[in-house]
Design a protein around this ligand. Structure first.
Ligand SMILES: [Zn+2]
Length: 247
């Protein structure tokens, strides 16, 4: 299923959905895509029609969108004013992308998705603290969003800064000290593995993704959910090719 077809099937779902998002949408959906005209509130499907039923299907949809983006043939779906209006009273995002603030790594572009498809949380180097974890955890906990993608990327400025600062012992007076400290575990994971600075930074970017996936899974927001309908995956975006690689 393409993003385009997903959006078209979602229209019936979201018509009339209440202000509480998916929970309201679940009880409100009774359109032709959700089990026929006879569907009642008690027989509503566990997952809204048109939305990926699980994390694997959500990942497949992201892969399809990224292939369009990387091949230079994006659809840029979901920009219709009619869809915007239909989303006023509810949302059912099927993936959360936790990535970097870098202007070249906008998830909606990278995965060629439209309005209402993705939640995005972005910080420098996808660093996190308890406040950020609550934001990332909102989708799975409040909206049954099945997939969380931690997205690192090539030539990440935040990781480069942290590697240079820690490597030189210049932490005192660092304007971005909290970001640097958040990236220290990734630095320590790859420290001494190579003398090549570019290689070290690339390894650190991937190490930070792995560390973030592991740490998120241990939080109260995610620990009860991972393996029970929610999946957290790590991925890496190449600025050169436009392709996302699952780590
Ligand atoms: Zn970055």
């Amino acid at each position: 299923m393409t993003s385009k077809s997903l959006i078209s099937t979602r229209r019936g779902l979201l018509a009339g959905a209440g202000a509480l998002g998916l929970g309201a949408a679940l009880t409100a959906c009774s359109g032709e895509d959700s089990g026929g005209a006879g569907a009642s509130e008690t027989t509503a499907p566990a997952v809204p029609a048109g939305r990926p039923a699980n994390a694997d299907e959500a990942w497949d949809l992201l892969v399809e969108g990224n292939e369009r983006w990387a091949s230079g043939e994006p659809l840029h779906p979901g920009g219709e004013p009619s869809l915007r209006e239909e989303l006023v009273d509810g949302q059912a995002p099927w993936a959360i992308v936790f990535g970097c603030v870098d202007s070249r790594v906008s998830p909606q572009y990278v995965f060629d998705t439209g309005n209402g498809d993705l939640m995005t949380v972005r910080t420098a180097g996808s660093t996190f603290d308890p406040l950020i974890v609550e934001s990332v955890g909102y989708g799975p906990n409040a909206l049954d969003t099945p997939l969380v993608v931690v997205l690192g990327h090539q030539h990440c400025g935040a990781v480069t800064h942290a590697a240079e600062t820690i490597g030189a012992g210049d932490e005192d007076g660092d304007l971005f000290d909290q970001i640097t400290e958040a990236l220290r575990p990734a630095y320590e994971a790859v420290e001494g593995t190579t003398d090549d600075k570019e290689e070290l930074i690339e390894a650190m970017i991937r190490a930070n993704v792995a560390y973030t996936v592991e740490q998120l899974a241990r939080t109260p927001e995610f620990e009860p959910l991972v393996g029970n309908g929610t999946e957290i995956v790590g991925a890496y975006y190449s600025l050169e090719t436009g392709e996302v690689e699952r780590l």
